[in-house]
Design a protein around this ligand. Structure first.
Ligand code: SF4
Length: 482
């Protein structure tokens, strides 16, 4: 499972450096590419965009001090936006790297923007644009948004609030978006349901905006606030918060707490680490196995570590790093169709942790189940445990995500929703070949996050999509399976 992207923006001294540092902190949200656009009123090119493939460090050539400095000098500024990308739509080449800049002779219409999310009515919007004589070059919703912003800017060049109001009325889906124009106005906004996170902070006249609080805290901001869903932040020389499309409903993505977000981030004021730790504790309360000194807890690295620790603490067991993740692998897998070999490239086994032990393997989620199956096979072969009991801190994923999380179609999921819950879990247990399997319940997940169920997106767990188009796509995906 991969998150689509992370965004950030900065107003203040050395914006280029701050954006680079924030992107490093948002790296977990996208490793395909990174980029930034900065504004400088003294240059002929009022906006300058740097884009590169790979991790933030490679995109900004940080491996070569001179090249890195040249990029930062070229982008020296007091205003800018940044982006890290993983794609769920579009390909892996420079054409798709954000920010997308559109040059124009009129400053109000020359802009650059970046977004995190996914447009669920992409096909309709594409058809609509094509019917109006547009030619689309890429297979990505970013290009659609670019054309729509241009169109609305043509209609109302002096009112950015209305431009984004019109955009929001057109699109169904999730989005956190940052924008800058050649007059140096920064806009940041979050979809009216708040599916994707976005936060901001001000200190000593400087303003930072980022998908996650960890990026702002890292460059010295405190008092970090959530961008209210449906609100727009406009920055010329000071921050203004305006409405662009108010909706009283909320649909915060539960997976941000379970898996995507950095453990040190706060989402809706809840520390991600604490939520994961407490999910582990809650899971331990469901335990039926006999606990003795031969038991050990092993979390699947890295995002399951807090849940593993919480689970172990509740049961009075040690939590051990029996699976050691290769932290330097990045995206350099030796390409193979064999997932078993991918798992072996990714993890090493500390045999003594497993040997002859009753092992509780804690993971935060199982989607297709292939990785888990291969991991179990690998642990059995090299770790020689007495028993393996898998505990999952998120309930069964049974429905696709149409809001920017790459988890495929329902038919690929290991959890088949046509069975009863007990039958389903037993079928998965057999398939992954372990001694027992327990999943978190939806009720416990909601309780631990601490936000009313009606304000969370749980669509991939319960099939109830928070947007109209999401519901339509669910039926389409169901029909494909019949
Ligand atoms: S469907 Fe699942 S992953 Fe997608 S936004 Fe909703 S909760 Fe998040």
């Amino acid at each position: 499972m991969k998150e689509e992207c992370g965004v950030c923006a900065f107003f203040g001294k050395n914006a280029e450096e701050k954006i680079y540092l924030m992107l490093i902190q948002l790296q977990h949200r996208g490793q395909l590419s990174a980029g930034m656009t900065t504004f400088n009123s003294n240059e002929k090119h009022l906006l300058k965009t740097h884009r590169g493939l790979g991790l933030v460090n490679s995109s900004f050539k940080a491996y070569d001090e001179n090249k890195f400095k040249q990029i930062l000098i070229k982008h020296h500024s007091n205003k800018g936006i940044g982006h890290v990308r993983y794609s769920t739509s579009g390909q892996d080449d420079l054409e798709y790297v954000q920010p997308f800049e559109r040059e124009h002779g009129r400053k109000k219409k020359w802009f650059s923007f970046a977004f995190n999310g996914s447009i669920t009515n992409y096909s309709e919007l594409k058809k609509d644009l094509e019917a109006n004589g547009y030619h689309l070059i890429r297979e990505t919703d970013t290009e659609i948004i670019q054309h729509l912003i241009s169109r609305f800017l043509k209609e109302e060049p002096n009112n950015l609030q209305n431009v984004f109001h019109n955009l929001a009325k057109k699109i169904d889906g999730s989005y956190s978006l940052v924008f800058i124009n050649a007059e140096g106005t920064i806009i940041a906004l979050r979809d009216p349901l708040g599916i994707k996170p976005l936060c901001y902070a001000e200190k000593n006249g400087e303003i930072g905006i980022a998908s996650e609080s960890v990026a702002l805290a890292n460059i010295g901001f405190d008092k970090i606030k959530e961008v209210p869903p449906g609100k727009i932040i406009e920055i010329d020389n000071k921050l203004e918060l305006k409405d662009f499309l108010i909706n009283n409903k909320r649909a915060f993505c539960m997976f941000e707490w379970v898996y995507f977000a950095h453990a040190a981030s706060k989402i809706e004021e809840k520390l991600v680490y604490n939520v994961r730790y407490n999910l582990g504790k809650e899971l331990a309360k469901l335990e039926k196995e006999k606990i003795d000194k031969n038991c050990v807890v092993v979390p699947v690295p890295d995002s399951s570590k807090p849940a593993g620790d919480g689970f172990a603490e509740e049961l009075g067991l040690p939590s051990k790093e029996g699976l050691v993740r290769n932290r330097y692998l990045g995206r350099t897998f030796i390409e193979t169709k064999n997932r078993g070999s991918k798992v072996r490239q990714k993890f090493s086994i500390a045999k003594e942790v497993f040997e002859n032990k009753k092992v509780f393997l804690v993971d935060d989620s199982i989607v297709r189940g292939n990785t888990m199956k291969n991991l179990i096979g690998y642990i059995k072969e090299y770790g020689n445990p007495k028993e393996i009991h898998v505990r999952v801190s998120c309930p069964e994923v049974m429905f696709p995500c149409f809001y920017g999380v790459d988890m495929g179609s329902k038919k690929e999921f290991i959890a088949n929703n046509k069975l009863t819950r007990n039958e389903r879990i037993e079928a998965i247990r057999k398939e992954i070949n372990v001694d027992s399997l327990i999943y978190q319940s939806i009720e416990n997940l909601v309780k631990v996050i601490g936000i009313d169920e009606k304000n969370l997106c749980l669509a991939c767990l319960n099939g109830k999509y928070p947007t109209k188009k999401g519901e339509e796509l669910k039926n389409f995906d169901d029909n494909k399976i019949e």
